[in-house]
Unconditional design. Structure first.
Length: 212
């Protein structure tokens, strides 16, 4: 048999647990002990790199009178099967959207690792900042002209390096590497449709920055 004092203590414990649950304190405690390193589903190291690059991008767009709300950041250090094209909100300091993007194969059947180039005909990705230009209908449908703004990518326009889509790029992340391009940052068709209104409706040029 339970003693009255034991029953009273048990009853108090049950009431305390019910109050904690209904008040939301247990839920908030769980949230507070979760890993703060995760942001938008991205590991902390990726977010740190993006924030650092976005801070530099924010200073650049203010100076050049570009779109100061949104920029496109492409982190080529990440695997090609992982989202590495980021739509970054510079006002909220957060990633608004992300998708897959190719890198150039440098005229090889399949490029192992990474190589970069800026000469006409090299077939490589060029690192650096780009101004996203006007849209047009090209070989692969909708495309946007890109103007290289740095010495590492100032041949982008004569190289016909543009932002376009291709069916070989999956709409979601995959375990393996995706297809490679001849230097163009090529995205999935659905992702390009998400980028289209951002570019087309922007009253100022949008910055695209490819880095490693």
């Amino acid at each position: 048999m339970f003693r009255p004092a034991t029953l009273l203590l048990f009853f108090i414990l049950v009431l305390s647990f019910a109050w904690l649950s209904s008040s939301g304190i247990r839920k908030r405690a769980k949230v507070n002990t979760s890993n703060p390193a995760e942001k938008n589903g991205l590991p902390v190291m990726i977010m740190k790199r993006l924030r650092s690059k976005a801070a530099d991008a924010a200073a650049f767009v203010r100076q050049k009178n570009y779109n100061s709300t949104i920029c496109f950041l492409v982190d080529m250090s990440l695997p090609s099967g992982q989202n590495r094209f980021f739509v970054y909100d510079m006002q909220k300091d957060s990633v608004r959207n992300a998708g897959l993007v190719t890198h150039g194969r440098c005229n090889e059947n399949w490029l192992e690792g990474r190589k970069y180039g800026n000469t006409v005909g090299c077939g490589c990705t060029s690192l650096g900042r780009y101004k996203v230009g006007y849209s047009y209908k090209g070989k692969f449908g909708l495309a946007f002209k890109l103007y290289g703004l740095d010495k590492t990518n100032d041949k982008a326009f004569p190289r016909f390096v543009v932002l376009h889509s291709h069916d070989c790029v999956p709409e979601t992340e995959v375990a393996d590497d995706i297809c490679q391009s001849d230097g163009c940052p090529t995205v999935a068709p659905g992702f390009l449709q998400q980028l289209k209104p951002i570019i087309s409706e922007s009253g100022k040029p949008v910055l695209l920055w490819i880095f490693e």
